[in-house]
Design a protein around this ligand. Structure first.
Ligand SMILES: Nc1ncnc2c1ncn2[C@@H]1O[C@H](COP(=O)(O)OP(=O)(O)OP(=O)(O)O)[C@@H](O)[C@H]1O
Length: 230
């Protein structure tokens, strides 16, 4: 039987993150080693204050660990300078935010288009990719509506389309269903999980929702900044 070797796209090695000093020191991450492969949905679960957001920030290059290393493919994020990390983030990482993070003056299509403009994709290609991304999240008929004209679940699906439109290697989502009612959150999570699998993106999603965990390929529990595989 041939064995399938899945090389991780994103990986941390003994990452520690300490905030403050002396008596006020907080050890947000205490030696976290995680990895996620292409097409894999890794859910990071943990109580409030366990270090989930800190871990996502470190994975996405928004924050640097106090020690340890982060790799995106064969590039060590923790060894790059700020401009290189910025470029990598722009080109290879998509984010989904708990509060959707859509620009209120832009239509759904224009919101989804933003990452393509940042990458200087030509207009005709932008239009085709935006239409395809909206179609994939089931919002082809809502392209011209502004965020306030959409439900919470629809807004988050726009957020997912925007995160994936530029075909990033990595998708990071911090409690993406945290602002949605349970049923809507689960439908949004179905869309997210399916797109992660079809797009082959390496995804890390934090959550409290036990149902969301069910859609994960792998679950890591975080407690006081330390991990245990569930
Ligand atoms: N910039 C910072 N300065 C000081 N302490 C911080 C900072 N960011 C996070 N922390 C602390 O690190 C710990 C982990 O925080 P983090 O936000 O990563 O937890 P979380 O699991 O995402 O929590 P929640 O589920 O409430 O969002 C907490 O004790 C928090 O107070």
């Amino acid at each position: 039987m041939p064995t399938t070797v899945t090389t991780p796209v994103l990986r941390t090695e003994d990452v520690r993150r300490t905030f403050g000093r002396g008596a006020g020191e907080v050890h947000a991450l205490r030696g976290v080693s995680v990895e996620v492969a292409a097409g894999e949905l890794l859910v990071v679960r943990g109580p409030s204050g366990s270090g989930k957001t800190t871990l996502l920030n470190v994975l996405g290059g928004l924050d640097a660990p106090s020690s340890g290393r982060v790799w995106l493919d064969d590039r060590e994020l923790t060894a790059l300078d700020q401009d290189e990390v910025l470029a990598l983030r722009r080109d290879e990482v998509g984010y989904v935010f708990q509060s959707f993070g859509l620009l209120p003056v832009l239509s759904a299509a224009e919101n989804v288009e933003v990452p393509l403009r940042l990458r200087r994709v030509p207009p005709a290609e932008r239009a085709a990719r935006v239409a395809d991304a909206l179609d994939r999240v089931g919002l082809a008929d809502h392209a011209d509506q502004r965020p306030y004209e959409l439900s919470g679940g629809q807004q988050q699906r726009v957020g997912i389309a925007r995160a994936l439109v530029a075909a990033p290697r990595v998708l990071l989502a911090d409690e993406p269903t945290g602002q949605l009612d349970t049923a809507t959150g689960r439908r949004v999570m179905d869309v997210l999980a399916e797109l992660v699998h079809t797009a082959g993106v390496a995804a890390v999603v934090t959550t409290h929702d036990p149902e969301l965990v069910r859609r994960a390929d792998r679950v890591v529990d975080l407690h006081d900044g330390a991990t245990a595989e569930a």
